[in-house]
Structure formats: C-alpha cells, structure tokens
Design a protein around this ligand. Structure first.
Ligand code: MN
Length: 318
C-alpha cells in the first residue's frame, strides 16, 4: 500500500477502509440503536467509532490466520432505523434489513445496545432449519424475564431467543458472566441444559489454560449453525471502559482473543459486537478492542474460505 493509499484509508468511514458492499463474501453493517438500555446510553455511536479504530488494520495480515479479510469484505453502512418509534418497530426494521444482507453474505453487525441481537437472531434463524447454537460473551446473563417492569430490553434477549426457538438452549454457551442478578436469571441457560463459564471460573486462565474451555465449547456445539454475540462489557472495564453497564472483574482482551481464535472452527453464520459507548471511553481502548475482536473473527472466517479444507460453511443456506 502506497503512502497515498494509506492516507486515503485513514479517512475512510468503512470498516478497515474496505470497499462499499457489493458481492463480497462478508458484509459489515452498523445497528445504531440504544433505546433499550437500563443504565448509560450512547451505544448508538458505537459503529462509527469501531470503524474508525479498525482503520489501522487496512493493510494488516492476521498473525494467526495469515490472511486479510479486506478483499472479501464490504461495508453496508449503518441500518436506517426509526429510533423514536418504539422497540418493536425498530426490531422489525433491523430484522428485515439484516435478512436482506444475510441471504447474500456472511454478516458482522456492530451495535447498538444488546437488544438488537434478538432481531438479528430472528433473521439468522430464517436461514437455517433448526434452532441455532449461540456463543454469548457478556458480563450479563441477559436472561431476565422482564426489564424493570417492561417486557423486553437489552437484558432479556437471550431468554426471549430461547423461548422463541431461535437458539437451542443445550447449544448455548455463555462466557464471562459476573453481574448481580437473581439466581433464576443468572443460571437460566445452565438450568435449560446450556453451558456457562462465569468470569470467576476463568480467573487466572489464559493461553493453554483456556484449551479445556475451548474444547468443551467445540464439542458441545459441533457443526450446528452457530451465531456469535460479543458484548464488549465481557472485558474488564480496565480493557473496555466505554460501555453502558461496566462490571469490574471481567476478562482480559487476551483471554477473549484466545477463546475467539479457538472457536473459529465452529460453523458460524454471523457475528455481532454490541454495547460500545464511545462517550465513556478513554484513549479509544474500547473501540480498539472491539475492532480487534471483529477483525479476528473476519480473519478466521476468511482463512476458512481461502483454505477450503478447514471450511465448514458460513453463508446462510436456503
Ligand atoms: Mn452486558
């Protein structure tokens, strides 16, 4: 890449300074909605900050997967959402716009608060014949059955996704949980037959120390179509302060990267990264972490496309 190209890339408003979306394998879209938060708002500004932080990867070859996804990635921009129309209408719009993208591309979405994952899962479920597997990185269980007396919000979507049959509870894995909450909510996924690795269980584990966790998740989910959602607050606030509901005692960036790299063999159909709220960030730590995690996911998926022996799907079928 020449100096001129690099200067151009640093002024791009697309992820990694990739091309606009056309017929690329991978599509990225922002979901700039934060109307369902319980604490601090601001995640609607996440997509643009994460894109900006991603620009340093514009000519980068991933050190593990030995590829760059840039030539296979198109940025669709942000979804156009009726932010003042209520959660149900916003979710309806997200679902239809996501479905249009998912039928033609392997998608990565940038939230937005975590309430956007429910319509993204509804769209993903339309492309598969059985409930999806779910890998859910988060400080919070998001299995509350109500949301401060409202029926739905950014802390209920996992419960709703299981109830709706979007995801299979037995193939749901939650990683990094540590927030307060009643036992029924905190343990809901486990009580339904799923797997939880609370942040407390992962203390002091990194590198090879996490291989048992990775192996268990790979064995449990197998090649079932899998959706990956990553709430940036899974990271300790030391690594990601720019989020609406920070919870001390979280995972390090290297712990999450280790697990994420290890889970690339799963049959991923889509990913989202939510809850980056730039107004509370310092030194762009949070947007940088989110961009790195998304880049890692995309590089892993691209390596499977480029090396078909390892490929196990990706695009939605049917
Ligand atoms: Mn959370």
């Amino acid at each position: 890449m020449s100096i001129g190209q690099f200067a151009y890339a640093m002024n791009s408003n697309r992820f990694m300074a990739c091309a606009p979306l056309n017929k690329q394998t991978f599509a990225l879209a922002g979901v700039p909605f934060d109307g369902a938060v319980t604490n601090r708002p601001g995640a609607r500004f996440g997509p643009q900050e994460v894109r900006r932080a991603s620009l340093m990867f514009c000519d980068g070859i991933h050190p593990v997967f030995d590829v760059s996804p840039i030539d296979h990635l198109g940025d669709a921009g942000d979804m156009r959402l009726p932010n003042a129309s209520g959660l149900a209408e916003v979710r309806s719009q997200i679902q239809s716009q996501a479905l249009a993208l998912m039928t033609a591309h392997h998608c990565v979405f940038i939230g937005g608060d975590h309430s956007v994952t429910l319509p993204l899962l509804r769209a993903a479920r339309q492309g598969v014949s059985e409930p999806l597997a779910l890998v859910h990185f988060d400080a919070h269980c998001d299995t509350w059955t109500q949301h401060f007396d409202e029926p739905s919000g950014h802390g209920t979507w996992t419960y709703e996704a299981i109830q709706e049959g979007l995801v299979s509870a037995e193939h749901t894995v939650q990683i990094g949980l540590r927030s307060s909450g009643d036992r029924a909510a905190r343990q809901y996924v486990q009580d339904q037959g799923g797997l939880i690795y609370a942040a407390r269980q992962l203390r002091g584990l990194d590198g090879d120390g996490l291989s048992g966790v990775i192996d268990n998740v790979l064995a449990r989910i197998g090649q079932r179509p899998c959706y990956l959602t990553l709430d940036i607050d899974v990271l300790d606030p030391a690594f990601a302060p720019g989020t609406g509901t920070p919870e001390p005692g979280g995972l390090s960036t290297s712990q999450v990267l280790t697990v994420l790299e290890g889970l690339i063999p799963l049959n991923m159909v889509a990913m989202d990264c939510c809850e980056v709220a730039p107004a509370y960030d310092h030194a762009e730590l949070t947007s940088n972490a989110a961009a790195t995690l998304i880049w890692t996911y995309l590089s892993g998926q691209a390596s499977k496309s480029i090396h078909p022996v390892a490929a196990s799907g990706g695009r939605l079928r049917g």
